[in-house]
Write a protein that binds this ligand. Structure first.
Ligand code: SF4
Length: 167
């Protein structure tokens, strides 16, 4: 098995969402070789080949992997943390088993600037997404802190356009 275990190092309040938690965990092996495969799978991924690091969103959970460290943000409790760590461990082992059939991606994804994202949002500042304005939502979407689907007014064409870069 490529990744035998993941050990939680510490848990704290999430800086981005103070009603959620963030944790650091240590993998039993260096994950660098897996990162280009995760980059190929997750269109939300922010991959840095030089730093051997990647950040991506799974549901509302944010994962950051660098070498043997796994950072997890925005989980609700320890049960969810362990579920998410089990999920990432299984995914990594599945990728390792199937790596000869998969195509790794070594390039960084290009994400549209905040103002481009804003131009595709409805612009009503209705607050249905939980943000005070479309601008605030665009800024958070750019940072992958929210998902496209959290704006219920977004039309399909804009959603598809943004989805190329974010989903
Ligand atoms: S729900 Fe959509 S339209 Fe309303 S404020 Fe949020 S981003 Fe803007």
């Amino acid at each position: 098995m490529f990744l035998e275990s993941v050990r939680v190092l510490d848990v704290d309040i999430c800086i981005q969402r103070q009603d959620k938690f963030a944790a650091r965990a240590r993998a039993s092996t260096d994950l660098s070789v897996i990162l280009p495969y995760l980059n190929a799978i997750f269109k939300s991924a922010d991959y840095n080949r030089e730093a051997d690091s990647i950040t991506f969103i799974h549901g509302i959970i944010e994962f950051s992997l660098i070498k043997d460290q796994i950072n997890v943000k925005k989980f609700a409790n320890r049960t969810e943390l362990h579920e998410q760590l089990d999920w990432i461990r299984e995914l990594i082992n599945d990728i390792w088993e199937s790596r000869l059939e998969l195509s790794p991606m070594y390039t960084k994804r290009r994400r549209p600037p905040v103002m481009t994202i804003l131009s595709l949002l409805p612009g009503t500042n209705c607050g249905a997404c939980g943000e005070k304005s479309c601008m605030a939502f665009a800024a958070r979407l750019y940072k992958l802190e929210v998902e496209i689907g959290e704006c219920p007014l977004l039309d399909t064409a804009s959603k598809n356009h943004l989805g190329i870069d974010f989903e």
